[in-house]
Design a protein around this ligand. Structure first.
Ligand code: RP5
Length: 180
């Protein structure tokens, strides 16, 4: 049996958002199986004090509910949509088709093609309906969250300062790192 400390190292505490106020970013994903990756985006936005709305909805398995969610996003006060999907990854494109909000797409790694399928089906949007597509998997989830922060920072001095501080801390950490 593993000691409890080893278990807790491998199993992060459940995500309990601390950011208050109306959600400004919607994080929608094609399946609950995407959550372990997309949780990184939710946690990062929460660290910036930006409340999120999080849903698992599929362009294929729950098309009507996905369309309703996307159509109502702006009216609910969301400013940015982060949409993640894997395989035949159409969710971000569908969100962009029904909402004028900026849609940031995160391709999920897939079992058979390692996410190349997700990336190509997400990035190859027809002219006129943009999806800003990020890297496959967790780097994409983190960068989509940071891009959402950068968008929101344009109209919010507190968020702009928090983004400056985040980047300064990141730079400091790299420069101070000691290699063996
Ligand atoms: C996509 O299919 C989801 O976004 C997910 O990445 C992938 C697999 O979904 P599950 O079969 O695990 O529900 O729609």
């Amino acid at each position: 049996m593993q000691p409890s400390s080893a278990v807790s190292e491998k199993t992060p505490a459940p995500f309990t958002p601390t950011a208050t106020g109306k959600p400004l970013v919607g994080i929608v994903m094609g399946s609950t199986s995407d959550w372990p990756v997309m949780e990184a985006a939710a946690r990062l936005l929460d660290e910036f004090g930006i409340a999120t709305e999080r849903r698992a909805l599929s362009a294929h398995r729950t098309p009507d509910a996905a369309l309703d969610w996307g159509r109502g996003a702006g009216q609910r006060g969301l400013k940015v949509i982060i949409a993640a999907a894997g395989g035949a990854a159409h969710l971000a494109g569908v969100m962009a088709a029904v909402s004028p909000l900026p849609v940031l797409g995160v391709p999920m790694e897939s079992a058979s093609l390692k996410g190349l399928d997700s990336l190509l089906s997400m990035v190859q949007m027809p002219g006129g309906i943009p999806v800003a597509t990020f890297a496959i998997g967790k780097p994409g989830a983190l960068n989509a969250a940071l891009f959402a922060v950068a968008i929101l920072a344009q109209g919010d001095e507190r968020i702009r300062k928090a983004l400056d501080d985040y980047r300064a801390a990141q730079t400091k950490k790299v420069l101070e790192a000691k290699l063996p």
